[in-house]
Design a protein around this ligand. Structure first.
Ligand SMILES: *Cc1c(COP(=O)(O)O)cnc(C)c1O
Length: 336
């Protein structure tokens, strides 16, 4: 298997995680089923501890550290869901954690990470400077760097979502997965394709700034410019020295579909109105694909589709504005 990762890594991750994370609901969506003309279910990782699936990979990676690494402690660079997942994981495991971030990080995110007992280092005005600080801590203090997606145990942890899906819904035919660095879709595809290669795995990224999509086109990892987006958790590149996710996505993911900013806004509104779910932009891209990219998805109708809803951590004032803007105009696509 690609990068030496196998289904066994995913099963081992599930044993480690045990009852420390939520087995999130898989619910049918009558509204999306109508639009898609087939059975659609939602895997609700927006209801996961810390508000996103990232805690699965983070906790698996922290629990996989040996005693000596645990004593040294962990460092990570993240402004959002990964940082929160790692902070949560380290508190559970009793491991020191430093989260490096830039001055641009919003106060509420910083607070959520500090509340979990992490040390926070605020450095510079961008992710690059925070990355340099993390590398300094690795070199000078011996901390273990825990990257957000390009890491075997992180990928295996995210793959545990796929096990839950096939166990609850054995006939599943297609799974739509939000895509940025590709840790989530790599883990999910690794598990699904090992269990049943006929299950279609579709990555969903933003039309602008999807580094994985551009890298697949280029045949090697490339950097892209990213505009500001509602899907802020999909920000960032895949790393020019990518070790796992580029190869895994190229090998295992059937297709990458891109969605537009406006479609994500409407998908957030759809999730709230029709599914009663609070979903952040990155978490809503699969719903946006089902609502607005039917032609790209219509190839397989011989079984249920699952949309992975990856996170809930949206600024609630922004959410309120999107919902009230949504009242002014049509917000669902497809049949309306
Ligand atoms: C990180 C994240 C993603 C993307 O995951 P990758 O492993 O980087 O592809 C999607 N949704 C949410 C909510 C996230 O936090």
């Amino acid at each position: 298997m690609v990068g030496g990762l196998t289904l066994q890594h995913v099963y081992r991750a599930r044993e480690r995680l045990g009852a420390l994370v939520e087995r999130t609901p898989l619910v049918e969506s009558p509204e999306l089923s109508k639009v898609a003309g087939g059975d659609v279910h939602l895997k609700l990782e927006n209801q996961q501890l810390t508000g996103s699936f990232k805690v699965r990979g983070a906790l698996n990676a922290v629990l996989a550290l040996n005693d000596e690494e645990r004593r040294r402690g962990v460092v990570t660079v993240s402004t959002g869901n990964h940082g929160r997942g790692v902070a949560f994981a380290c508190r559970r495991a009793g491991v020191r954690v430093v989260v490096c971030m830039s001055r641009l990080v919003p106060a509420n995110k910083l607070q959520a990470i500090e509340d979990l007992g992490a040390e926070v280092r605020i450095v510079g005005r961008g992710q690059d400077e925070a990355q340099l600080e993390a590398e300094r801590l690795v070199a000078e203090e011996g901390l273990v760097l825990l990257p957000p997606f390009d890491h075997g145990e992180v990928i295996a942890g995210q793959g545990t979502i796929a096990l839950e899906i096939v166990e609850r819904l054995p006939p599943v035919a297609q799974v739509l997965v939000p895509l940025s660095g590709g840790g989530l879709v790599s883990g999910v595809a690794l598990a699904l394709k090992s269990i049943n290669p006929a299950i279609r795995v579709v990555g969903v990224g933003m039309a602008e700034g999807c580094a994985m999509y551009r890298s697949l086109e280029a045949g090697k990892p490339v950097d892209v410019e990213e505009p500001e987006s509602l899907a802020d958790s999909l920000g960032g590149g895949i790393g020019l020295d990518n070790r796992y996710t580029f190869a895994l996505v190229r090998e295992l993911v059937d297709e990458v579909v891109l969605v537009e900013e406006e479609q994500v806004a409407r998908a957030i509104v759809h999730a709230y109105r029709h599914e009663r779910q609070i979903v952040e932009g990155a978490g809503a891209v699969g719903i946006a694909a089902l609502l607005y990219q039917q032609e790209a998805l219509s190839r397989r109708r011989d079984g249920p589709s699952v949309v992975l809803v990856s996170g809930a951590n949206i600024d609630m004032e922004l959410h309120r504005r999107l919902i009230s803007d949504g009242e002014q105009g049509p917000t669902t696509g497809g049949g309306e």
